[in-house]
Structure formats: C-alpha cells, structure tokens
Design a protein. Structure first.
Length: 276
C-alpha cells in the first residue's frame, strides 16, 4: 500500500473503533434505561395503595436514589460520547488532510499530476454525457533552465510559484489549473470551446509576461518570464492521453515557432499561433 493508503486505513480503523465504542455506550445505556423503568414501575406499584407515611417516604427515597444513579450514568455517557465524537471528527479531518496532501503539489499549491489525471477523466466523462465543450491548455515556462543555472534552484522555485499563482488568477471557479510536471502546467476548461480556451491561454501568457521578477537579495530586476501555450479541444470518445498529446503538440509548436505565444489546434488540425 502507498503511504496515503496506509495512513487512511489507520485512521479508518480508529474511526471504526470509536463508532463501536459509541454503540457499546448506547447499549449499556439502553439496559440502564430498562432497569430504571422497571424500578419506577415497581415503586409505582408499591406506592399505589400505600397509606403509611414512613413506607411512602421509603419508596420516594428509593425513587430519588434510582434517579440520581441514572443521572450519574447519563453524565458519564455524555462525556464518553463527547470524547468519541471529538475523536471521530479529528480523524475525519486527518483523512481529508491526507487526501489533500496526496493530490496537491507541495511547491506551488496547485493540484498535482495525480489529481489532474483524475479531474481530466471526470471532466471528459461529463463533457461526453452532457454533450458539452471541453478544452485543455498546456503551458511551459520558456528557458526555465536559465533561471536555475543563473540564480539557483530556490529562485527557480519562486518562478514556478509565480506562474502557478498567475494561473489561479486567470481561471474561473469550475476551471482546474494543475502542475503537470517540472516547469509544465495545465488548465482543464469544462464547458469552454476552443475560442474561449484560446483567450484563457492568451490571458495567462500576457499576465505572466507582465510580472516583474525581482531578486530579493539585491533588489535587481531580472528578465521577465514568458511561457509557451498549447490548446486542444476534447473530441468525444478519445482517451485522455490523446487529448493531452494534442495539446502538448500544440505547445511544442509554440516553442519551435519562437516561444512566448499561444498555439491552438484548429478543427481542421492546423495550428494557429497567437503572439503580441
């Protein structure tokens, strides 16, 4: 099992244990309630025709004693239930954290490749069933190696984060930006045709290029970041890898044609480039 699966299994087992304890508590309480009810019935029978005041006092004392015992039992149960409930809530939050950690890129905070794959399959299914448009945008940072070589890997990480943050700025609620791998990013665009996807790709490209990259240690303004972008539209019945491949092909044509541009795969399979 993976680390994620192992941790989730441990948490699930503990939740099951807590639930079992709750059921045991309730079972004990149920038997106590039955006992309490029978005691009250017995007392009621004793007091019904009783005329002696001392006897009645004794009966009432028995009622009070039984009621106090039940109250103590209820308070104990309340504490037990709260402890078990708090543990279940904590474990559930832990499971959610594990799942989020497993599907999030640690550096950029974007969904990672695993989550991207799952969401793309889901989006393709929905597009097919609803007969809706779906597009995929692939983006790659131009000359990324030079940032690492000239300024170090920590600076390269800052560049990756900046581009990831720009992607988030440019998408809508249902759109899904992700880190595809290395310096390559992807955006899944449900209910978006090729023209809308082209606009998103162009918006991202222009916004990234407008960012000022400043070296914090010296205050030096460095060369701007540019990205190349490829766009492809989902064709009903195709596999996810086919859609990814077509978007990637458009991306690398953008690279080969000079970088810092958007290339869209048109319906006739010809690519159209967009630059400044």
């Amino acid at each position: 099992l993976s680390h994620e699966a192992t941790e989730i299994k441990k948490a699930s087992d503990r939740i099951q244990s807590a639930v079992t304890r709750v059921l045991d508590y309730l079972g004990d309480t149920n038997s106590e309630v039955v006992t309490y009810g029978k005691a009250l019935e017995t007392v009621s029978g004793k007091i019904e025709n009783e005329t002696d005041i001392d006897a009645i006092r004794d009966v009432v004392g028995g009622i009070l004693a039984e009621t106090k015992r039940m109250a103590v039992k209820s308070r104990k149960l309340e504490g037990q239930l709260k402890t078990a409930t708090d543990e279940i809530i904590e474990l559930n939050e832990h499971i959610q954290y594990i799942r989020q950690e497993a599907t999030t890129d640690a550096l950029t905070g974007l969904p990672n490749r695993k989550h991207f794959n799952d969401q793309l399959e889901r989006s393709m299914y929905q597009a097919k069933e609803g007969k809706e448009a779906l597009c995929l945008v692939m983006a790659d940072i131009d000359h990324f190696k030079k940032f690492n070589d000239n300024y170090g890997h920590l600076f390269g990480d800052q560049v990756l984060w900046l581009v990831a943050n720009t992607l988030v700025e440019c998408v809508k609620g249902r759109d899904i930006p992700a880190r595809f791998g290395g310096e390559e990013f992807a955006i899944i665009l449900p209910r978006t045709n090729i023209h809308g996807a082209k606009k998103v790709g162009q918006d991202v490209r222009l916004r990234v290029a407008s960012k000022k990259v400043i070296r914090k240690a010296t205050g030096e303004e460095l060369s701007s970041i540019t990205i190349s972008v490829g766009v492809a539209e989902y064709r009903r019945g195709e596999k996810a890898e086919d859609l990814i491949q077509r978007a990637d092909n458009a991306l690398y044509r953008a690279k080969n044609q000079g970088r810092n541009q958007v290339v869209i795969e048109a319906a006739c399979d010809e690519d159209v480039a967009m630059q400044d």
